[in-house]
Design a protein around this ligand. Structure first.
Ligand SMILES: O=C(O)C[C@H]1C=CC(=O)O1
Length: 96
């Protein structure tokens, strides 16, 4: 099952530099772990926003939730999930 996930990050203004640094390090570690697993296929920055657009290929909605909610910044994100499938007119076999 392939999903497009848009994550808008809102860091609390009360966080100091050390707290932010620690979250960002753990965020990087966690997202790279999932990217290395082959499930998180693409991670793109949305230009001009603290947002990303990601493509994930997972077994189930439960697995998608497990991955997204494992991100340390998960509680500080607004997340939009869209389920996608191959368009019948797409000329490429492997879209991922
Ligand atoms: O910076 C972001 O977009 C938030 C977050 C999501 C994945 C990741 O590596 O960082």
């Amino acid at each position: 099952m392939v999903y497009v996930v848009e994550m808008d990050v809102k860091i609390p203004e009360s966080w100091d530099e050390d707290k932010l640094k620690s979250f960002l390090e753990r965020e990087k570690e966690t997202s790279q772990k999932w990217q290395n697993s082959g499930k998180w296929k693409h991670l793109w920055r949305v230009a001009g926003k603290y947002s990303n657009i990601s493509i994930l290929d997972v077994e189930s909605p439960e697995e998608l939730h497990e991955i997204i909610s494992s991100l340390p910044l998960f509680p500080y994100m607004n997340i939009k999930v869209t389920s996608i499938c191959k368009h019948p007119n797409a000329i490429k076999e492997n879209l991922l």
